[in-house]
Design a protein around this ligand. Structure first.
Ligand code: SF4
Ligand code: SF4
Length: 364
C-alpha cells in the first residue's frame, strides 16, 4: 500500500444537495461511532511502518473534528506526506500555523460559487461565502497553493467562465478541474440519491463536459488503445484498478475499504478487530482476486473495448445498483457518447459489439 485515504468524519457544516457523503454536523449518534484520535494515530504509525508514503485526509469536513491538528501532526511525525481536502469555511489561524510548520503536499478545496448568492445557493447555508473567501485569501497570502475542484452542479457548469475567473482571483491552480459527474450517495441513502439524480447532467451533457478537458480525453484514448493492444478483453477480474492493492481507504468508523466510495459489507475489513498487516497480507489480496459472477449484463463489460476508460466499476456498481458487477447505465451512456464523438465507434454500435473491428481507436 502506497497511499491511504482517511475519511475522518462523514459530518459536515454545509448542506450541499449534490453531496455523496454528508451527515449532519450535530448528529451525536454518528459522532459517537467515529474513531478516536488514538485509533487514527496508531493506524498512521502502522501504515508508515508498512511502507505507506502518503495519507489523504478527507470528510465530510475534516475540521469539524477538533482533533484534526493532533492526527495531522502525527502523520508528519511518522514521515507521511499529507493531502487535505476541505471546504475551508472552518479553517482557523491555528491550522494555518500548523501548516506553516508541517506543510501539506497537496491542498484541495471545492469552489461552490463565484459570489455570495451562487455559493450559498449550492451549499445551502447562509454566511458561508465570506468565511470561505476570507480563509482562502489568508491561505494564499501565506504562500499556500491549492487545487480547486468544481462539482458538476448545473449552476456551476452553466457559469464556468465566472468560476474560472473567480478561481483566478482566489489564486487557484488553473484551469480548475470539474468533476464531470455527480456520484449518488455512497451510503445508498435513497432520498439523498434522488436529490443528486435531479441535479445530474444528462449523459450527453456530461460527455460534453469531459470533452472540455483534453488531458482526460487523451487519457481515455490511451487507455482504450492499451486495452486493445494487451488483449485484456474478456478479463473477468472484478477490480481493474489500484484499489485494494496500492490504495486503501479507512472510514470514520474503523473499517478499511478497497477505495473510498465502496461500502459493500463483503469487502470491508474491521480494523478494530484486526491489524493493518493482516488486512494487507490476507484480506485485500483475496478481494483483488475476486472474479465477476457471469451473467449477461456483466458479460457486456468483459467484451467491451471502452472498459479501460469506463467509470463503471465495482464501486459505482455498488452505489448505483447495489451489486458489484453490473454495468452502470449512466457511466455506460457517457463513455459511449464520448466514443461516438471521437469516432472510436460508429453511432449504431456498442462497445461490446465490435468483434475485433476497432481500427478507429488505433488511428488516434
Ligand atoms: S462541503 Fe463537501 S462534504 Fe460538506 S456537504 Fe458540501 S460536498 Fe458534502
Ligand atoms: S461502456 Fe458499458 S458495457 Fe462497456 S465497460 Fe462500461 S458499463 Fe460496461
Amino acid at each position: 500500500m502506497e497511499r491511504l485515504w482517511i475519511e475522518l468524519t462523514e459530518r459536515c457544516n454545509l448542506f450541499c444537495k449534490h453531496c455523496f457523503v454528508r451527515r449532519n454536523l450535530n448528529d451525536k449518534t454518528v459522532q459517537s461511532q467515529e474513531m478516536s484520535t488514538g485509533f487514527f494515530c496508531q493506524v498512521l504509525t502502522d501504515a508508515a511502518e508498512l511502507g505507506c508514503k502518503w495519507v489523504e485526509f478527507t470528510g465530510g469536513e475534516v475540521f469539524v473534528r477538533n482533533d484534526f491538528d493532533k492526527i495531522y501532526t502525527h502523520a508528519h511525525e511518522v514521515g507521511l506526506s499529507t493531502s487535505v481536502t476541505s471546504n475551508m469555511t472552518l479553517l482557523t489561524d491555528r491550522i494555518i500555523e500548523l501548516w506553516d510548520k508541517y506543510p501539506p503536499s497537496d491542498l484541495k478545496t471545492s469552489i461552490y460559487g463565484w459570489d455570495e448568492e451562487s455559493y450559498e445557493t449550492v451549499v445551502c447555508k447562509r454566511g458561508t461565502f465570506k468565511l470561505f473567501y476570507t480563509n482562502m485569501r489568508k491561505l494564499v497570502e501565506r504562500g499556500f497553493h491549492f487545487k480547486a475542484l468544481v462539482p458538476a452542479h448545473p449552476l456551476l457548469v452553466k457559469n464556468s467562465s465566472k468560476i474560472q475567473e473567480f478561481a483566478r482571483e482566489l489564486g487557484a491552480e488553473l484551469p480548475v478541474q470539474y468533476g464531470w459527474e455527480l456520484m449518488l450517495h455512497l451510503r445508498r441513502d435513497v432520498e439523498a440519491s434522488n436529490c443528486i439524480r435531479g441535479l445530474r447532467l444528462s449523459p450527453v451533457e456530461a460527455a460534453r463536459l469531459r470533452m472540455n478537458f483534453p488531458k482526460l480525453v487523451l487519457n481515455d484514448l490511451r487507455l482504450i488503445k492499451q486495452g486493445l493492444n494487451s488483449s485484456s478483453l474478456c478479463d473477468d477480474r472484478m477490480f481493474h484498478c489500484v484499489g485494494g492493492s496500492k490504495l486503501l481507504a479507512l472510514n470514520a468508523y474503523g473499517f478499511l475499504q478497497p477505495c473510498r466510495p465502496i461500502h459493500h459489507p463483503d469487502l470491508l475489513y474491521d480494523l478494530k478487530q484486526g491489524s493493518l498487516d493482516h488486512a494487507l497480507l490476507d484480506h485485500f489480496p483475496r478481494i483483488c482476486d475476486l472474479r465477476i459472477n457471469y451473467h449477461s449484463a456483466c458479460e457486456k463489460c468483459t467484451h467491451c473495448i471502452l472498459r479501460p476508460a469506463c467509470s463503471s466499476c465495482p464501486a459505482t456498481s455498488w452505489i448505483e445498483n447495489g451489486s458489484l458487477d453490473e454495468p452502470t447505465q449512466y457511466y455506460c451512456d457517457v463513455i459511449h457518447q464520448e466514443a461516438y464523438w471521437l469516432g472510436i465507434l460508429p453511432t449504431h454500435m456498442k462497445g461490446w459489439e465490435t468483434e475485433g473491428s476497432f481500427a478507429n481507436a488505433n488511428e488516434h
